[in-house]
Write a protein that binds this ligand. Structure first.
Ligand SMILES: Nc1nc2c(c(=O)[nH]1)N(C=O)[C@@H](CNc1ccc(C(=O)N[C@@H](CCC(=O)O)C(=O)O)cc1)CN2
Ligand SMILES: Nc1ncnc2c1ncn2[C@@H]1O[C@H](COP(=O)(O)OP(=O)(O)OP(=O)(O)O)[C@@H](O)[C@H]1O
Length: 182
């Protein structure tokens, strides 16, 4: 797939998200169900922006450590810092992340923001390749569970797969919990 094709899929899905806001309460319910078996693991969440589904209320019952991603440069994997509800500092591209004083953590479960997804577990993000690089690195040292979070309006019939794609293990939407077929 060309960069332009992927950019068009991304733009279409982001426009659909703004047109049809979706049911945040259902997202919260479904996410809480999916993370319950991982309640004591190190879990990475995200700070929602631009109409993204909000993972925070669905994680209220999580008992293990929580962390947030930090963008430290272009084309490098994300790093993760512990987060217990403290104020965040602004990062690049409108992101927000814990201050440098927060402890670095290695997540075992990641709630991954999506611009678009398909039922096979392919995803498109904002285009930095950050989660692809990060999941590749984490999966080299052990099993990780990647949970995509999006509104059902962001589904695309098929996202052509690319060699660097890291697949989602589960996708949580306001309509359903999707177990991609492998
Ligand atoms: N809430 C949230 N946090 C997140 C992500 C995310 O998708 N959502 N990320 C997921 O990876 C990382 C941040 N990645 C991002 C990558 C690019 C852009 C962005 O705005 N890109 C510009 C073009 C940038 C450029 O000039 O290259 C754009 O879309 O206009 C935003 C976030 C980490 N934190
Ligand atoms: N594991 C990787 N190693 C090297 N380059 C990679 C890797 N993963 C992705 N890339 C590069 O990053 C670029 C952007 O990837 P892609 O368009 O899939 O980003 P995205 O999944 O939309 O963004 P994000 O992961 O930040 O949400 C790709 O063109 C690719 O060349």
């Amino acid at each position: 797939m060309s960069r332009a094709d992927k950019a068009a899929l991304r733009a279409g899905a982001l426009a659909a998200r703004l047109r049809e806001p979706g049911d945040q309460q259902a997202i919260t319910r479904h996410l809480a169900l999916v993370v319950a078996p991982h309640a004591t693991r190190v879990l990475s969440t995200y700070w929602p922006m631009r109409g993204e589904a909000d993972p925070r209320p669905g994680l209220a019952g999580h008992r293990g450590p929580l962390c947030l991603p930090v963008v430290t440069g272009k084309a490098v994997p994300l790093v993760f810092r512990a987060w217990h509800g403290e104020a965040l500092v602004p990062g690049p591209f409108g992101t927000s992340h814990p201050a440098e004083s927060a402890a670095p953590l290695t997540p075992e479960v990641l709630v991954v923001p999506l611009a678009a997804f398909d039922r096979a577990g392919h995803r498109i993000g904002y285009g930095g390749g950050y989660y692809d690089r990060t999941l590749q690195l984490l999966r080299e040292s052990g099993p990780v569970t990647a949970i995509g979070l999006a509104f059902a309006s962001q589904e695309i019939a098929r996202i052509p797969s690319e060699p660097f794609d890291q697949l989602l293990d589960l996708i949580v939407t306001d309509h359903e919990i999707i177990h991609p077929l492998r």
